[in-house]
Design a protein around this ligand. Structure first.
Ligand SMILES: *[C@@H]1O[C@H](CO)[C@@H](O)[C@H](O)[C@H]1NC(C)=O
Ligand SMILES: *[C@@H]1O[C@H](CO)[C@@H](O)[C@H](O)[C@H]1NC(C)=O
Ligand SMILES: *[C@@H]1O[C@H](CO)[C@@H](O)[C@H](O)[C@H]1NC(C)=O
Ligand SMILES: *[C@@H]1O[C@H](CO)[C@@H](O)[C@H](O)[C@H]1NC(C)=O
Ligand SMILES: *[C@@H]1O[C@H](CO)[C@@H](O)[C@H](O)[C@H]1NC(C)=O
Ligand SMILES: *[C@@H]1O[C@H](CO)[C@@H](O)[C@H](O)[C@H]1NC(C)=O
Ligand SMILES: *[C@@H]1O[C@H](CO)[C@@H](O)[C@H](O)[C@H]1NC(C)=O
Ligand SMILES: *[C@@H]1O[C@H](CO)[C@@H](O)[C@H](O)[C@H]1NC(C)=O
Length: 200
C-alpha cells in the first residue's frame, strides 16, 4: 500500500516536472507551431516583459504589444500593428511560411508583418528580458529582425536610436496619436542629418 502510494507520488512528480520544463522553455517563444491568439501571452525568461494582445484605454480595438510584466500600471512599450488594429478577438501572432513574424486576422489576412524580403524558412521569435522581441534564424541563431530596430513611442535601456547616413534610414521614436490610439502621431524623436549650407 505504502509502496503503491510512493510510486504514484513519484509518477506525479515526474509528470509535473515534465510539464513545467516544457511550459517554462516555451513561454518566451513564438514559432509557426506555437503561435498565440488574443487571449494568450508570452513572458520573457526572467519575467520582466509580456507580449500579447491589448486594447488601449477607451478603445475596443486590439493591438499586439509588449508591456512591463511587473509594473501594476499597465504600460505598453511597443506596438506591432499600430496603424492596423483588429476589430475583434480573432487575431493571431505567428511565424508565416516565409519566416516573417506576422499579425493575422482570423488566421488569414495579414495586418502587420516584420516585412523581411530575404525570407528565412526556419525562424522563431523570442521575447528577451530587455524587452526586445527578436526574430532568429533557427539553425545559426542569427537575429534577422528585432523590435528595438522598430521602436514605438518608448525608449527602454539598451535600445539604440540611430540614423544611417548613407540611406537616411532612421531608428527613432514616434508618438501615439492619443492615449487611446497608438497609430503614428505627429511627433518623433531621433537623429537628423544637417545639410551643409553654402556660405559666401
Ligand atoms: C486561444 O487559445 C486557447 C488555447 O489554445 C483557447 O482555449 C482559447 O479559446 C483561444 N481563444 C481565442 C480567442 O481564440
Ligand atoms: C477615458 O474616458 C474617460 C471618460 O470619458 C476619461 O475620463 C478618461 O480620461 C479617458 N482616458 C483616456 C486615456 O483617454
Ligand atoms: C473579425 O473581424 C473581421 C473583420 O472585421 C471579420 O471578417 C471576422 O469575421 C471577425 N471574426 C469574428 C470571429 O468575429
Ligand atoms: C511592409 O511593406 C509594405 C510594402 O512595402 C508596406 O506597405 C507596409 O507598410 C510594410 N509594413 C510594415 C509593418 O513595415
Ligand atoms: C525553430 O526553433 C524553435 C525553438 O527551438 C522550434 O520550436 C521550432 O519548431 C523551430 N522551427 C522550425 C521551422 O524548425
Ligand atoms: C528547417 O528545420 C527542419 C526541421 O525543423 C529541417 O528539416 C530543415 O532541414 C531545416 N531547413 C533549413 C534550411 O535549415
Ligand atoms: C546603411 O545603408 C546602406 C545603403 O542602403 C547599406 O548598404 C548599409 O548596410 C547600411 N548600414 C547599416 C549599418 O545598416
Ligand atoms: C497633428 O497634426 C494634424 C495636422 O497637422 C493636426 O490637425 C492635429 O491637431 C495634430 N495633433 C496633435 C495631437 O498635435
Amino acid at each position: 500500500m505504502e509502496l503503491v502510494r510512493n510510486t504514484n507520488f513519484s509518477a506525479l512528480l515526474v509528470l509535473l516536472s515534465c510539464f513545467c520544463l516544457q511550459f517554462g522553455s516555451a513561454t518566451d517563444t513564438i514559432t509557426a507551431a506555437k503561435f498565440i491568439n488574443d487571449s494568450e501571452t508570452i513572458i520573457s525568461n526572467g519575467g520582466d516583459f509580456k507580449l500579447g494582445f491589448f486594447s488601449p484605454p477607451n478603445s475596443t480595438e486590439r493591438y499586439v504589444g509588449i508591456w512591463y510584466a511587473e509594473i501594476s500600471v499597465f504600460t505598453v512599450v511597443w506596438v506591432a500593428n499600430r496603424n492596423n488594429p483588429l476589430k475583434n478577438s480573432s487575431g493571431v501572432l505567428t511565424i508565416s511560411e516565409d519566416g516573417n513574424l506576422v499579425v493575422l486576422e482570423g488566421q488569414k489576412k495579414v495586418l502587420w508583418s516584420s516585412n523581411l524580403t530575404n525570407s528565412v524558412v526556419n525562424s522563431s521569435a523570442l521575447l528577451l528580458d530587455s524587452g526586445n522581441l527578436v526574430l532568429q534564424e533557427n539553425t545559426t541563431g542569427a537575429i534577422i529582425w528585432e523590435s528595438f530596430q522598430h521602436p514605438s513611442n518608448a525608449y527602454i535601456s539598451k535600445m539604440k536610436i540611430s540614423i544611417n547616413v548613407t540611406s537616411g534610414e532612421k531608428v527613432q521614436l514616434t508618438s501615439w496619436k492619443s492615449p487611446s490610439d497608438p497609430s503614428i502621431g505627429n511627433f518623433s524623436a531621433g537623429l537628423e542629418m544637417m545639410k551643409k549650407e553654402h556660405s559666401i
